[in-house]
Design a protein around this ligand. Structure first.
Ligand code: SF4
Length: 465
């Protein structure tokens, strides 16, 4: 749940210039929650950009953490007059938005008393609880909570500053995989995919016992790079699907590629020899439509996407407009133009929400990789200062939808895919088992940080169920 541009759920709407939306890495497992926005935040619409924000960034950097490693937000999204503490009523009104931001995360840091009051109901001295881990329940799941000082309390107090530094050290060491926490740059494999698959035996890496297939009731299977690459089928992939069907395990193919509709993928898979139906296909477009209809019903959308994409979302009831949209929606658009980007820039600058179907930088093809939408997301974010809401993998919304479609509990599912930062990240965030295949983008040596697939195999062909 995200506040609308004109949210007036509480009286703070009267005093704000801009709603202050979360900033940083939406896909991070770690969230820093501050108090209410201050004057600079109110003017820019970004949290922690004033003096406190600069000190926070400095302390994070000293401990090897970048702003882009974590999600940063506030208890309320609008500035109280005179920078006073928000009231309980104001915090309660804004709480659903905070719950949405914290949902599915691994650890939440409460920066300051107001954040600790709303999140753990604590009213006492910060010095009694600082850096003592506890848990909070968000959307029915327990999440680690780490209380700490607000950076404003550290400006003239070196002891508080040391504690906030310790908080960052704890995050790095316990939740970010130590000193080498930063994910490696994505690699692009120049080798022809067929070679990887057919020469697989001498580099086979699977731990056959890592997953008990008798305990698996549903599978999510990535497409590009996992069962085919561009127009080339991965050797043995159709036979793998037949083994899955023989064991009567429900499955859905997932793809972040929003340039084509489900009928296109069904036709493509069928031509490649996969015996599947349209119900076996879940695209980021399907997930995005579901998100828009559920969370923003009736809102107008300016889409940047292929004609196929626009037709699909219109047919499902999304209101398309060419001017003054509530939402700018970016998909994988192989017909993107300067005009579309420029329109998006102006609409977002004027207050439209910015949603993207998926975050991928590159899209695998039979020839290598083509440019996907990641660079366009970053471009529009940097030009407008507005953060994107990204729907596709690794957003666990796809996992929830797959679980509903297959009618299988999440913990009984397995994700099979080729990308660490989408497929494996989503499985990790959803707390489900995963198999990483080496037929696509990631290599075994890319595995680092907090994403560890349950199992790594050369290809789906190696999966004997
Ligand atoms: S503080 Fe939250 S609930 Fe209140 S008006 Fe702002 S966005 Fe809406």
């Amino acid at each position: 749940m995200i506040p609308e541009n004109k949210c007036s759920r509480c009286p703070l709407s009267e005093f704000r210039t801009k709603i202050v939306m979360p900033d940083g890495n939406e896909n991070s497992n770690i969230v820093l929650v501050g108090e209410a926005p201050g004057e600079t935040e109110d003017l820019t619409g970004r949290p922690f950009v004033g003096r406190s924000g600069k000190l926070l960034e400095k302390i994070m950097k000293e401990e090897g953490i970048e702003r882009s490693d974590v999600l940063i937000t506030n208890t309320v999204k609008c500035r109280p007059p005179g920078n006073r503490d928000p009231t309980k009523e104001e915090m309660d009104a804004c709480r659903p938005f905070l719950e949405h931001e914290l949902s599915g995360k691994r650890v939440v840091v409460g920066l300051g008393r107001s954040a600790c009051r709303i999140l753990i109901g604590y009213e006492g001295k910060m010095s009694d609880i600082v850096n003592k881990e506890t848990t909070i329940t968000i959307s029915g799941k327990e999440i680690t909570f780490l209380p700490s000082y607000h950076p404003a309390a550290c400006i003239y107090n070196s002891a508080s500053k040391e504690e906030l530094k310790r908080t960052m050290r704890i995050l790095r060491e316990r939740y970010m995989g130590g000193a080498e926490h930063r994910p490696k740059q994505r690699k692009i494999c120049d080798d022809p995919i067929a070679k990887d698959v057919t020469d697989a035996k001498n580099v086979f890496t699977a731990d056959a016992a890592a997953i008990d297939w008798n305990d698996v009731s549903g599978m999510m299977i990535d497409m590009d790079g996992t069962v085919y690459k561009g127009d080339n089928v991965i050797h043995g992939a159709p036979e793998f699907i037949e083994r899955v069907k023989k064991r009567k395990i429900p499955f859905v193919f997932l793809t972040n590629n929003s340039s084509s509709d489900r009928e296109h993928y069904l036709s493509k898979l069928t031509k490649m020899g996969f015996n599947v139906s349209i119900d076996n296909i879940l695209t980021s477009t399907t997930a995005t439509i579901s998100y828009l209809l559920k969370h923003h019903p009736g809102r107008t959308v300016y889409p940047i996407g292929t004609q196929r994409f626009v037709n699909e979302i219109r047919a499902k009831g999304v209101r398309i407009v060419e001017k003054d949209p509530d939402i700018v929606l970016l998909a994988f658009d192989t017909s993107i133009t300067y005009e579309k980007i420029n329109n998006a820039y102006h609409f977002i600058k004027n207050g439209s929400m910015f949603v993207a179907t998926h975050p991928d930088d590159l899209c695998p093809t039979e020839h290598g990789y083509d440019v996907d939408i990641g660079a366009f997301i970053r471009f529009l974010e940097s030009m407008t200062g507005v953060r994107t809401t990204v729907i596709g993998k690794p957003n666990t919304l796809m996992t929830e939808m797959a679980s509903e479609i297959m009618n299988v509990p999440m913990k009984k599912m397995v994700m099979i895919g080729d990308r660490l930062y989408t497929d494996m990240r989503m499985a990790s965030d959803a707390g489900i088992r995963s198999v990483m295949v080496l037929t696509g983008e990631a290599r075994r040596e890319d595995i680092s940080g907090d994403i560890h697939p349950t199992m790594v195999v050369n290809s789906v062909n190696d999966l004997i169920l």
